[in-house]
Design a protein around this ligand. Structure first.
Ligand SMILES: *[C@@H]1O[C@H](CO)[C@@H](O)[C@H](O)[C@H]1NC(C)=O
Ligand SMILES: *[C@@H]1O[C@H](CO)[C@@H](O)[C@H](O)[C@H]1NC(C)=O
Ligand SMILES: *[C@@H]1O[C@H](CO)[C@@H](O)[C@H](O)[C@H]1NC(C)=O
Length: 254
C-alpha cells in the first residue's frame, strides 16, 4: 500500500510541477506584454518616425487633432547675428545654442521644433560675397549659405534623447493650425519667462505649443546665466556625435 501511494504521489508531482511552470510562464508573459505596452504608451520621448506615423495614420482616417505631444519653438534660425544674418556664427557657437534649446525641451518634456536650416561655412560665405556682390536679399543670401538640418544631423538619433521635428515638416504645420484653432488654450508667445515657470505654471504647462522668443543674436544667451551645473543635461559632445549618417560614413572613410 505504502509503495502504491508513493508511486501515485510521484506520478502526480511532475504533473502539478508542469502546471505550476505553465502558469508561471503565462503570468510572466502577461506581465511582460503588459509592461511593454504600458511603457510604449507612456514613454515620454517617442521617435519622430513613430510620431509622424501616428499623425499620418490619423490624417488618413478620421480627422483627429488631439495631439498628445507638446511642442517647444524657439524661432526659425539659430543665432542670427543681428543685422548681419548673412554672416553666421561659427558651428561651435551654433551647436552650443542648439544644445541650450534642446536642454530646455528635455526639461519641459516637450518636442523641440528645429529650424529646418542652419547657416554654415562663414569663410566660404564671405569670399562669395566679396568676389561677386549680388543683389540678392539678405534672406536669399542666408538660404544660400545654409544647409538643411537633416543633411547635417541624424534627427532620428537625436530624437532618442530629445524628440525633435523640423519647422518645415507636415507635423509642424498641423501643430500650428491646431494651436491657432485652440487660441490662447493652444499657444503662448513668451519672452523672458523662466524655465521653471514654463514647467510649473499650468497656464504654460498644459499648452500644445510654447513659442519662446529666444535671443535672436544668440540662443546660447538663454543658458548663459545658469550657474547650476546639474541643470546641464546634454554634454558638449552630443551634437557632433549626432552627425547625419552620410557625414558619419564619409568621416569613417577618411
Ligand atoms: C543687380 O541690379 C542691377 C541694377 O539694379 C542690375 O543691373 C544687375 O543686373 C543686377 N545683378 C544681378 C546679379 O541680379
Ligand atoms: C512666435 O513669437 C514671435 C514673437 O512674439 C512671433 O513673431 C512669431 O510669429 C511667433 N511664431 C509662431 C510660430 O507662433
Ligand atoms: C541645482 O539644481 C538641482 C536640480 O534642479 C537642485 O536640486 C539644486 O538644489 C540646485 N542647486 C543650486 C545651488 O541651485
Amino acid at each position: 500500500m505504502a509503495i502504491f501511494h508513493r508511486a501515485q504521489k510521484n506520478k502526480q508531482k511532475p504533473r502539478s510541477r508542469i502546471l505550476l511552470l505553465a502558469i508561471s510562464i503565462s503570468v510572466i508573459a502577461f506581465l511582460f506584454i503588459y509592461a511593454s505596452w504600458n511603457s510604449t504608451s507612456k514613454f515620454p520621448f517617442p521617435n519622430v518616425k513613430a510620431l509622424e506615423n501616428v499623425v499620418l495614420y490619423r490624417s488618413h482616417g478620421k480627422p483627429d487633432h488631439t495631439l498628445e505631444k507638446k511642442y517647444l519653438y524657439w524661432g526659425n534660425r539659430i543665432d542670427c547675428p543681428g543685422k548681419h544674418c548673412d554672416s553666421c556664427a561659427g558651428l561651435g557657437h551654433q551647436e552650443s545654442s542648439l544644445r541650450c534649446a534642446l536642454e530646455e525641451a528635455i526639461f519641459l518634456q516637450r518636442t523641440f521644433v528645429m529650424p529646418s536650416r542652419m547657416c554654415i561655412n562663414p569663410i566660404h560665405n564671405k569670399k562669395g560675397i566679396l568676389h561677386q556682390p549680388s543683389n540678392a536679399s539678405s534672406e536669399e543670401r542666408w538660404t544660400e549659405s545654409s544647409c538643411a538640418m537633416d543633411s547635417l544631423y541624424d534627427l532620428e538619433l537625436i530624437s532618442d534623447t530629445v524628440p525633435v521635428i523640423l519647422d518645415n515638416s507636415k507635423i509642424w504645420y498641423q501643430v500650428l493650425s491646431t494651436s491657432m484653432k485652440l487660441g490662447a488654450r493652444g499657444v503662448a508667445h513668451v519672452e523672458g519667462v523662466s524655465r521653471n515657470d514654463l514647467k510649473e505654471e499650468s497656464r504654460y504647462s498644459n499648452l500644445l505649443l510654447i513659442n519662446r522668443t529666444a535671443s535672436p543674436l544668440s540662443w546660447f544667451m538663454e543658458c548663459k546665466d545658469r550657474n547650476n551645473r546639474s541643470t546641464i543635461a546634454i554634454p558638449y559632445s552630443f551634437l557632433p556625435s549626432m552627425a547625419a549618417k552620410k557625414l558619419r560614413r564619409a568621416a569613417e572613410k577618411m
